[in-house]
Design a protein around this ligand. Structure first.
Ligand SMILES: Cc1cc2nc3c(=O)[nH]c(=O)nc-3n(C[C@H](O)[C@H](O)[C@H](O)COP(=O)(O)OP(=O)(O)OC[C@H]3O[C@@H](n4cnc5c(N)ncnc54)[C@H](O)[C@@H]3O)c2cc1C
Length: 400
């Protein structure tokens, strides 16, 4: 059986490895449009952006691993059309046939339209190595950076730039930073962290557009203020890569729609990672995280070989900002109760989310133990008495 994987990122690498580990001895081909072999993205807004990590450490597998595993990896190659009737894919390297096809196409960062100044030089996104190679030379002390969007990637970029000595302003249109992903309690901790490092955070502040000659010079805010800017980083979210799938007539619903096993509306085509939404407990979910990319891709690999398993996501995520580490377990959607537990040191704290009396998520700042305990409880389908969680005199391990 010949398996073709479109996209050569985190999910694709995990899927290919799992296929071989499960004993698949047929063809495996990966098609990736980027020049680099599959690599991890999280350091792109953390250690790699800061210049503290060499590029080789981003790479997920050494070059000879692909040859040893007899996996064909085509980089710098774009997939342009899926021909479902003929079971083949048009690519910039020619036509490639498949018996089973997997789509691990990731997501693309949202940009500002050119009419709003999105095409000016000095306006950057943070998604791939090529983006970092463009922005990094501009991160020099004293420059004025405006980050548009107060989500994790924007805030991580802000922290790196501040460490490198830039003057940084984060502009968030929603009433507060991290509005989509975390409770006000977590946002407060992160806002305090940035303000203590001298970052200006403007919340509830939309932007009207960017101005400049050919290079960005000013960010025009919706309230009429104008911020001088030597560079702008956009952290306004991503859109799942669905164009190829849509053009091939596959169902799209918040990403490439999959069933609980990772199969799309065509039974020989599967999807995993950032581009894929899946059914879980009656809801349609799409997760943007390394953990999901790996776990879903491995499950799809098994299911391509006939395992017939449903995906049971175990969401986890992390964010590094300055010397602080935020670790997140579970999904907080629909929470109706929040409590905060002080950690053992002044810098440590955790936020626990409950829905209908059940623990559903934990955000732990500089508190790896709270994260581990919360994660074990959530993954085990267990909960913890909120009064005991909130009481720092109750040792964390007694919550288990
Ligand atoms: C800056 C940054 C920081 C992050 N930090 C964290 C973190 O701290 N923790 C965490 O859990 N997650 C983090 N993430 C998210 C995580 O990296 C992604 O969820 C993960 O990479 C998704 O893997 P994927 O394989 O689905 O997509 P990707 O890794 O994006 O791979 C998809 C690949 O498909 C290629 N492709 C798309 N279309 C085509 C085509 N037509 N032909 C050929 N190739 C194509 C793309 O170019 C890309 O290389 C971060 C992401 C970014 C960008």
């Amino acid at each position: 059986m010949n398996i073709l994987i479109l996209g050569a990122g985190q999910a694709a690498a995990a899927m290919a490895a799992k296929l071989r580990a499960q004993g698949h001895d047929g063809g495996i081909t990966l098609i990736g449009e980027e020049a680099a072999p599959p690599y991890q993205r999280p350091p792109l807004s953390k250690a790699y952006l800061l210049g503290e990590m060499p590029i080789e450490r981003l790479t997920l597998r050494a070059d000879d691993w692909w040859t040893d595993q007899d996996i064909r990896l085509l980089t710098d190659t774009q997939a342009t059309r899926i021909d479902r009737a003929a079971k083949r894919v048009e690519t910039s390297a020619g036509l490639l046939p498949y018996d089973q096809l997997a789509l691990t196409l990731g997501a693309s960062p949202r940009r500002l339209p050119a009419a709003l100044g999105g095409a000016l030089r000095g306006v950057h996104t943070v998604r791939g190595i090529a983006d970092i190679q463009q922005v990094q030379p501009a991160l020099t002390p004293g420059k004025r950076l405006v980050v548009i969007g107060g989500g994790y990637i924007g805030l991580e970029a802000a922290a790196v730039a501040r460490k490198l000595g830039l003057e940084v302003t984060v502009v968030e249109a929603a009433p507060r930073i991290l509005g989509r992903v975390a409770a006000p309690e977590t946002a407060d901790l992160i806002r305090d962290l940035h303000q203590a490092h001298g970052v200006t955070i403007l919340e509830g502040t939309g932007i009207d557009g960017l101005e400049g000659d050919s290079h960005v010079r000013t960010v025009r805010l919706a309230d009429g203020r104008r911020l001088p800017a030597d560079l702008v980083v956009l952290g306004i979210g991503v859109a799942p890569e669905t164009a190829l799938a849509a053009e091939a007539g596959l169902t799209i619903d918040n990403g490439i729609a999959c069933d609980a096993q990772g199969r799309t509306s065509d039974p020989t085509i599967w999807a995993a990672g950032d581009c894929a939404s899946f059914l879980w407990q009656g809801q349609r979910l799409r997760l943007e995280s390394v953990g999901n990319a790996i776990d879903m891709a491995e499950l799809v690999a098994e299911n391509m070989l006939g395992a017939g398993k449903d995906y049971a996501p175990k969401p986890w995520f992390w964010s590094d900002q300055y010397d602080a580490k935020l670790q997140i377990a579970g999904l907080n959607a629909g929470y109706d109760r929040i409590l905060t537990r002080p950690g053992e040191t002044a810098r440590a704290s955790s936020v626990w989310y409950y829905r209908d009396g059940r623990l559903i998520a934990v955000d732990a700042l500089n508190d790896a133990r709270a994260y581990m305990v919360g994660k074990r409880l959530i993954e085990g389908g267990r909960t913890a008495d909120p009064a005991r969680v909130a009481d720092p005199a109750v040792p964390l391990k007694e919550l288990l």
